[in-house]
Design a binder for this molecule. Sequence first.
Ligand code: GLN
Length: 197
Amino acid sequence: MKAGVIAVQGDVAEHAAAVRNAAAAHDEPAEVVEVRDAGIVPDCDVLLMPGGESTTISRLVHREGIASEIREHVASGKPVLATCAGLIVCSRDAKDDRVDALGLVDASVDRNAFGRQKDSFEAKLPVTGLDEPFHAVFIRAPLIDEVGDDVEVLATVDGRPVAVRDGPVVATAFHPELTDDPRIHDLAFFPEREVVA
Ligand code: GLN
């Protein structure tokens, strides 16, 4: 499996480790490549959109010509895991002119919703498809405030979606790459073959 981590900005190394762990659990070798330029995404089987700063990530993926390649990747049904700022960039509407959202997840987001209340918090989160709750780390996290009919809500906090699946894209407001639990990466990349915790 060739996994591309969109590496223009954000927590890239942690995602690389998590995708390697998820693939190892399936005895699948994973080659992880960092994507900073156009021309790499078309060779990738799966993509990761890390957290970081969504305004920066948005600007750079468009400037480098990566944005259209990510759209084509999703249009051909290949998986993406987008986390935190990655969720914001992949959303339909980030309600911020500095984020040219890719529209890959039919959801609108409030960029710093949780961040304004508390900078970060952690929660034991029940997630659809996982047998045991997931230790979720939220850092200046966005809140999903509205989802389209075809979006499956996988987890909520206070009744608001924080993990969703829209076709081949799984997106989380929290950071699954910051724990050593690869189950969210597994859910995104091996949807038919999940490993029991
Ligand atoms: N709220 C941040 C943003 O708008 C994202 C924070 C994060 O990725 N941890 O980009």
